[in-house]
Design a protein around this ligand. Structure first.
Ligand code: UDP
Length: 190
């Protein structure tokens, strides 16, 4: 269905993201499930965002099963966005790499940051912002991210809004990796 998916394991996905931290561009990472792949058939902006990604991993088991039924390379395992981020945090906590949380209802990403900093001692979270900003407030959000200069920006605006937001803005973000994380901040915050 035209959506490219990387044939990699969770462990390989984590090292791939770490290798992006060492580059000078801003890489986008998405974790589509079957719903998003279906939506991309009719949504050119979403398909464009997926095509310009540096890494795409299968969030849903449906995508993994489809690869087993179809001809071509088989996906080794499900690499869920939430789990990928948890694995990244565990490794980042032992480094100086920083992360910024953007998305969720007011207060949620802040709470998620507190919980994650307790869970992963040494994790450096340089800022949080909720995801219900108006268009007129977007510039201020971008300026806060520019000032924080995180290595990793997690964008939890729901799909396909987050994929389009990352694609539109990554040119002006001083960030090495942006990941669309859906409702992950809600789960992190408990
Ligand atoms: N969200 C947001 N801004 C919006 C719309 C949604 O920050 O304008 C957040 C919402 O609070 C939730 C997440 O995006 O945390 C969407 O979660 P959902 O589980 O619906 O997304 P999915 O994981 O299915 O992409």
């Amino acid at each position: 269905m035209d959506v490219p998916i990387d044939v990699i394991t969770m462990e390989q996905a984590v090292s791939r993201v770490f290798s992006f931290f060492e580059t000078t561009e801003c890489h986008s990472v998405y974790t589509p499930n079957p719903e998003i792949i279906m939506a991309a058939q009719k949504d050119k902006a979403l398909m464009d965002a997926l095509y310009h990604a540096s890494l795409i991993v299968p969030d849903g088991i449906g995508v993994v099963l489809a690869s087993r039924l179809l001809k071509g390379p088989k996906l080794p395992e499900r690499v869920a966005g939430y789990d990928l981020v948890q694995n990244l945090f565990a490794h980042m906590a032992t480094t100086d790499y920083t992360v910024y949380f953007l998305g969720g209802a007011p207060g949620v990403s802040e709470e998620a940051a507190k919980v994650m900093q307790k869970k992963y001692k040494g994790l450096k979270i340089t800022g949080t912002d909720h995801g219900y900003f108006k268009e007129s407030e977007e510039e201020a959000v971008i300026q806060r991210i520019q000032a924080a200069k995180p290595d990793l920006l997690l964008v939890g605006l729901g799909a396909p809004k987050q994929e389009k937001w990352i694609e539109k803005n990554r040119g002006v973000l001083p960030v090495k990796v942006c990941i669309g994380v859906g409702g992950s901040f809600d789960v992190m915050a408990g």
